[in-house]
Design a protein around this ligand. Sequence first.
Ligand code: SF4
Length: 180
Amino acid sequence: MNASGGTIVTAPTCGASGTMPAVLRYMKQRHKFSEDNVVDALATAGIIGNIIKHNASISGAEAGCQAEVGSACSMAAAAHAELFKLTIDQIEYAAEIALEHHLGLTCDPILGYVQIPCIERNAVAALRAIDACGLAYFLSDSRKISFDLVVDTMFETGKDMPANYRETSCGGLAKKYQLK
Ligand code: SF4
């Protein structure tokens, strides 16, 4: 839709806009959640996304794909946790787990298009979001890392990331693909 000039909802960004709807649509269909349930989940995800945007970044050009798809996964994990009525601490923990395990994720779109690796990456993040929520549910008594800490870490990691891996298509998969 992006490449063809279609309409998308940038939640949180254009490149990372597939994860949230994948999780919410699947859960709505499978578990028969209501529209109101989904609206509550979107509101929770919006809070998580805004915290990341305000305290760090949701931009691949600024902090790599960890800031885009990592943030999308974090939002989707929180939304999923909201759907299943986890506690506020477990929601925050789900968002934390989802972002933590995207730390260091580079942005290297082939030929500069937001297609590869972006599309599959959104799908992988959707599955990770669901897993993060499950982990938060089972491990909440033994957690060590806060959401705020991992947001701060993500931003610092992004600032340390060479420009080749921040939406320039000069490194990683984009570079290897063009050389083959
Ligand atoms: S690889 Fe880059 S362009 Fe693609 S989703 Fe990640 S941050 Fe966005």
